[in-house]
Each structure stands twice: as C-alpha cells, then as structure tokens.
Design a protein around this ligand. Structure first.
Ligand code: ARG
Length: 290
C-alpha cells in the first residue's frame, strides 16, 4: 500500500514537475511583450500579438474618378489612392467600405466607420457635426446638359428639371436657386443615376462636382453631354471626415497628408487621375476634359 502510494505520489509529482517545466518553457518563448499584457489575457490559449487596428473607411463608391468600383468590385479612385498613401505614411491599416451617401455621416457618429473619404466638401454646416482634415482637393459645381441644350448659365436652370444627388452641395445650390419647395428638383441616391436620367431625358440638367461631370461627359460620348460652368459656383474643398472630437486620428491624417504633399506622392496621384499637377491650372479637374 505504502509503496503504491509513494509511487503514485512520485508519478503525480513527476507529471506536475514536467508540466511546470513545459509551461515555463512555453511561456519563455514569446518575447517580453506577453509579460506586459494583463494577467487574465496571459492565460489565454494563444499568446497571439494584439492585432493592429484596421481603420474602416466609408466611401460612396459611385463617384468616379474619386471613388468607384472596378470590374472586380474593388473600390478604386483618386480618393482611395490618397488615403492609401496617407495610411502608409501614418503607419495605419485601412479598409474601404462602400457606404451610401445618404446616411454616410451617420456611420461616423455611430462608430461604424472610423473616417470618410468621399469627395466630401468641407462646409460650415458639416463642421458642426464632424471634423475635417486640411483640404486635399479643390472643386466647384458644374452643370451637365445635352449638347443641344440652350442652357448657358446657372440661372437658366431656374425653371428647368434638374437632377442632383440628395444632400450634396449640388443639391444645396440648386435648392437655393429654385427654392426649397420646388418640384423641379429631382433628387437621386447617386450621381450616376441622375446622369442616366439626363440621358433618358427625364431631367434637363444635372448639377454635380466638376471632376465627376467632366469624367462622365468625357467617358460617355454616346450620351452627347456637355458641361456648362458659371462663376456663381463657389470654390469648394474636399476634406477627410472624422468623428467630431477625434483629434488623435485627425492629427495623424493631417500629418500624413502634409507628408504626401511634401514628398511628391500627392502630385503623382493627382497627375495619374487629372493629367497635370494641381497648381498648373486654376480649375483642377479641367485637365481631365482634354
Ligand atoms: N462634394 C459634394 C458634397 O460634398 C458631393 C460629394 C458626393 N460624393 C460621393 N462620393 N457621392 O456634397
């Protein structure tokens, strides 16, 4: 009996010691970082390093050349390249998520998106509910009409049916021109839908950002559109939007934006999409019309 008990004791003790040694070895393998994690986490099965945060970037990817989806459903465009370059500089990881324009700002509030890049014009009104980086692009509104249209200036749209994307600065200027209660303003959930309606003859004009109008007119010759500008259109600037008060992220993005402007990366991206460097023309997107 005694011998058995002793043997059992020794066996058990041996196993215990072996276990301790093994676990000690196991623990000593990962670098010191494990020791800095909280005690409960250390007992988890896998001492995997904390995954780097992936910043979720919302964009309404129906706004070429700034953001759109290619044949492989990848989100591409000027804004995307800018943010990728910014992320590389800031040392952060990003993931783009196609997000409808209507409600895009809510996704920031709710924390579903960490920041937004979507050819978003910095406006005083928007600044009340979100924060913007320094501007990264100059823009203005532009009118798209059929080539045979008599529209020659913005004021000519006063009594016409005009298509806009809901809640954009294009919507704002047309609403101001025609009045809040105008029934001639046709609001669409995307700018391409408004342009399709112009093609179909359902509206007489579309008002949207110059870069997008020029891109569409150029790439859809069968639509037989032309663009009409007006000096009444105020200069606009795009910014990247973060949740109000997220100064830490804002600082990182601003620093990285300045870096890509300083080292030529920004100019390279700009030239890729618009064919010339930003300051070489007064209207940035005009180069795309050639
Ligand atoms: N710049 C305009 C605005 O801020 C239009 C932006 C629309 N962007 C988009 N991806 N649909 O209102």
């Amino acid at each position: 009996m005694i011998a058995l008990t002793t043997r059992r004791f020794l066996q058990t003790a041996g196993l215990l010691i072996a276990g301790l040694v093994l676990s000690a070895c196991g623990k000593s393998e990962p670098p010191a970082t494990t020791a800095t994690t909280a005690a409960p986490a250390a007992s988890a099965a896998e001492p995997a390093p904390a995954p780097a945060k992936v910043y979720v970037v919302g964009t309404d990817a129906a706004y070429a050349p700034f953001e759109s989806q290619n044949e492989k459903a990848e989100i591409v465009g000027f804004d995307i390249d800018v943010v990728k370059a910014v992320a590389a500089k800031a040392g952060i990881e990003v993931k783009f998520v196609n997000t409808p324009w209507e409600g895009i700002f809510n996704t920031l509030q709710q924390g579903d998106r960490d920041f937004l890049v979507s050819a978003i014009t910095i406006t005083d009104e928007r600044k009340q509910s979100m924060d913007f980086t320094d501007p990264y692009f100059d823009a203005h509104q532009l009118i798209a009409v059929k080539q045979n249209s008599k529209v020659a200036k913005f004021d000519d749209l006063k009594k016409l049916k005009v298509g806009v994307q809901t809640g954009t600065t294009g919507d704002e200027v047309v609403t101001k021109l025609q009045g809040k209660n105008s029934t001639n303003i046709k609001r669409f959930e995307s700018t391409p839908l408004a342009l399709k309606e112009l093609e179909a003859g359902g509206v007489d004009a579309v008002v949207a950002d110059n870069g997008v109008v020029i891109n569409y007119v150029t790439n859809n010759p069968a639509a037989k559109f032309k663009s009409v500008t007006d000096k009444a259109f105020q200069p606009e600037q795009y910014g990247i939007a973060v949740k109000k008060g997220n100064t830490e992220l804002l600082g990182k993005l601003n620093k990285a934006l300045a870096d890509i402007k300083a080292d030529g990366t920004y100019d390279q991206i700009y030239t890729k999409y618009f064919g010339a460097k930003p300051d070489s023309a007064a209207a940035p997107a005009s180069a795309a019309s050639k």
